[in-house]
Structure formats: structure tokens, C-alpha cells
Design a protein around this ligand. Structure first.
Ligand code: NAD
Ligand code: IPM
Ligand code: MN
Length: 357
């Protein structure tokens, strides 16, 4: 049976890396006899907004809800549309309405890529950030008062529900339990954020009781960011609130050499709605249009999508191909962020060719 995949490339380099993501998926589909059916949507981009006055049509939920998965590029072009409008009109709606409450973001130092951290080799950095993805600091509760006056006040509440916290913690603990090191680190800030963060800690401690095999530690987010740089080898599964997870999932990949390789899976584990797969990076207006963006984040996200759809072997073949091409280190093929002179397409084609073989 075909897997139906809705494709939204979005803005900037989203439109450049997406074809390479699809090229890799098609190569894997051919090799493993998978039937992938792609449907391309134009909405969810700033150009769509400029034409229609909104990021998506009113019936976007109906149009997308029955797909098996969403494959997403990147959205945002602040010169055309303010970021909070473009992002809250698209990506954040998907995460919330499709209840994609887990944002799973691997950080792995790959062969052939030099870490900016001195002396770090592949194997030294290999962990997951599990980010809460539907509530926390990204809440729509709040507002502006006394606008335009000296008494102006803006408030945006942090929301943590027991269900919302527990379900992402459960996912993170299950993941930690399934990994050889069986270690979970919680990102907190319960010394300063005195209501929500102590609550987060409390739920972590409660959940830990059900996972006696998992070694649990926690760090306040300030020192945790320092430890990502100083001791990335300490981490196995790192779980954090929406904002903390966002920050850690750019910092982690930066420690692995470039955020251009980092993938993510926005998962609705129950399968009530489609999950969404996208690189961690954004639309990168500074390099858009040059054909030099690294497509690996998009391609690896495609691998995570295949794994989610039940094809672990095909997913592994894509990751193996990425690693093989990076390890070969052909500077004519690799993109600039990893020291090469190649293009988005040269790197994408090299990976697709390896997947086929
Ligand atoms: P960004 O991730 O787009 O870019 C940050 C830096 O990393 C830039 O210098 C960029 O050139 C570089 N970079 C990013 N991806 C790369 C790749 N694949 N290859 C090589 N270099 C790469 O972050 P930003 O500049 O903060 O945001 C730009 C826009 O993207 C904004 O509108 C922002 O809101 C949006 N954004 C969207 C998403 C998403 O769709 N998931 C994520 C982050 C940012
Ligand atoms: C990400 C992005 C988004 C987020 C932005 C673009 C709203 O940074 O996916 O990491 O903060 O979640
Ligand atoms: Mn981010």
C-alpha cells in the first residue's frame, strides 16, 4: 500500500533542500520496493501569504489530516512577513493541531565533519534532544494591555499541563531505556522560574520511578548549555520544555559542526494525526538562492519519516549513505558549511547514488 506524503517546501533554502530530500526518498523507495506517493502543496510559505493574506487556506487541516506524513522544508522570510505571523500561521499550527507533542532531534557528530569543539571525534557526540512541542513557553495565552501608552504591558504565559509534561517525559524515558547507555538528562531552571520548572522537575522525578534502569540527572539550562560545549559526551537523551528544547537543538548540532545536517521529527506517537519531518534549520535567507545549502538535514529527516512509517531498513540505508558520502570527504561534492565547494545538488545526488547501491 502506498504511503501518502504531503510535501511543503516553504521558503528560502526550504525550496532548495526539499528536492534533494525527495531524491533520497525516491532512491530508497526504489531499492526497498516502497510505494511513496508525494503530493506537493504551495501553501505554508511567505509567498502564499503575500498572495492570499494568510499562510494557509482555511481548510488546511482537512486537506492534510489524512496523509500518512508531512515532509516540510523551512518557513519564514522576515523581510516579507513578520516571523511570528508566518510561523504561527503554519508550522506551529501543524504541531498543535496535529498534536505532534514530541520533537525528536538527533545530534550526532558524523565522520568527515570537524567539530568546532577541539579533539571531538565521531562517537563523542551522539545524543537525542526530546523537545516538548505543543505547550510550555510557546503558549497563546497572554496579551497586550494599555497598548501605545507608557503603561504598556505584554504577557505570555508558560503552560504546563500534567498530561502534556508526562507524555513527552514518557517518550523520552522510553527512548533512554531503549538505548545502550540508558541515560536521561532533564533541562530545568527551577532555581529561577519558580512555578512551572519545579513542576517539571517533580514530574521527572515521578516518571523516573517507573524506569529504574534509566540513570537520571538534571541541569539548569544555563550550565546545561555550557556542558553541551564542554562535555557533549555526557549526554544520551536530553529532555526539555519547548523553548529549552529549541535552544538545545541548535546548540547540539552546532557542536557537531553545522546545523545544516540536523534533522527532526515532530511526532504524534499515537498516530491520530500525521507526524511532520523537517530539518532543524530555517530558511536561511543569507544563503538562499545560491544553491549551497547543505541538504543533509532534509535528507536525514526523510530517513526519520521512513522509520516512523515502519521502514527501519530503508531509513538506515539513507543514514548509512549520508555517513559514507561524508566519510569520503570529496570537497567537490560537500557543501561549504562542511568545508567543501560543492552544491546542494551535488551533495544530494551523491547521497542518492549511494542509497541506490
Ligand atoms: P536559520 O537556521 O535559517 O539560519 C541560521 C544560520 O545557519 C544561517 O547563517 C544559515 O545560512 C545557516 N544555515 C541554516 N541551514 C543551513 C544549511 N542547510 N546549510 C548551510 N547553512 C545553513 O535560522 P535564522 O536565520 O534564525 O532564521 C531564518 C528564518 O527561518 C526565519 O524566518 C526563522 O523564523 C525561520 N526558521 C524556520 C524554521 C523552521 O521552519 N523549522 C526553523 C528555524 C528558523
Ligand atoms: C524550530 C524553529 C521554530 C521553533 C521557529 C521557527 C518557530 O526554531 O523548529 O526549531 O521555535 O520551534
Ligand atoms: Mn529552532
Amino acid at each position: 500500500m502506498a504511503h501518502t506524503i504531503a510535501v511543503i517546501a516553504g521558503d528560502g533554502i526550504g525550496t532548495e533542500v526539499m528536492p534533494e530530500g525527495i531524491r533520497a526518498l525516491e532512491a530508497a523507495a526504489k531499492r526497498f520496493a516502497l510505494d511513496l506517493e508525494f503530493t506537493i502543496f504551495e501553501f505554508g510559505s511567505c509567498d502564499y501569504y503575500l498572495e492570499h493574506g494568510q499562510m494557509m487556506p482555511d481548510d488546511w487541516f482537512e486537506q492534510l489530516k489524512d496523509f500518512d506524513a508531512l515532509f516540510y522544508g523551512a518557513v519564514g522570510w522576515p523581510e516579507k512577513v513578520p516571523d511570528h505571523i508566518s510561523l504561527w500561521g503554519s508550522l506551529i499550527q501543524f504541531r498543535r493541531r496535529f498534536d505532534q507533542y514530541v520533537n525528536l532531534r538527533p545530534c550526532k557528530l558524523m565522520p568527515g565533519i570537524e567539530s568546532p569543539l577541539a579533539g571531538r571525534k565521531p562517537g563523542d557526540i551522539d545524543f537525542y534532544v526530546v523537545r516538548e512541542n505543543t505547550e510550555g513557553e510557546y503558549s497563546s495565552i497572554g496579551g497586550k494591555m494599555f497598548e501605545g501608552t507608557e503603561r504598556e504591558v505584554v504577557i505570555q504565559e508558560t503552560v504546563m499541563s500534567r498530561t502534556g509534561v508526562d507524555r513527552v517525559l514518557k517518550y523520552a524515558f522510553d527512548l533512554a531505556q531503549s538505548r545502550p547507555r540508558q541515560k536521561l538528562t532533564s533541562a530545568t531552571k527551577s532555581n529561577g522560574i519558580s512555578i512551572t520548572m519545579p513542576y517539571w522537575d517533580e514530574r521527572v522525578a515521578e516518571m523516573a520511578k517507573a524506569y529504574p534502569d534509566v540513570a537520571v540527572d538534571k541541569f539548569h539550562i544555563d550550565i546545561l548549555t555550557a556542558n553541551f560545549v564542554l562535555h557533549p559526551d555526557w549526554f544520551d537523551v536530553v529532555v526539555g520544555s519547548n523553548l529549552f528544547g529549541d535552544i538545545l537543538s541548535d546548540l547540539g548540532p552546532a557542536c557537531t559542526g553545522t546545523i545544516g545536517v540536523a534533522p527532526s521529527a515532530n511526532i504524534n506517537p499515537e498516530g491520530n494525526f500525521p507526524s511532520l519531518f523537517e530539518p532543524v534549520h530555517g530558511s536561511a535567507p543569507d544563503i538562499a538562492g545560491k544553491g549551497i545549502a547543505n541538504p543533509i538535514g532534509q535528507i536525514w529527516s526523510g530517513a526519520m519519516m521512513l522509520e516512523h512509517l515502519g521502514h527501519a531498513d530503508a531509513a538506515q540505508a539513507i543514514v548509512d549513505a549520508i555517513e559514507a558520502v561524508l566519510a569520503e570527504g570529496d570537497m567537490k561534492v560537500l557543501t561549504r558549511d562542511v568545508g567543501g565547494q560543492g552544491t546542494t545538488e551535488s551533495l544530494g545526488r551523491a547521497i542518492a547514488a549511494k542509497i541506490k547501491s
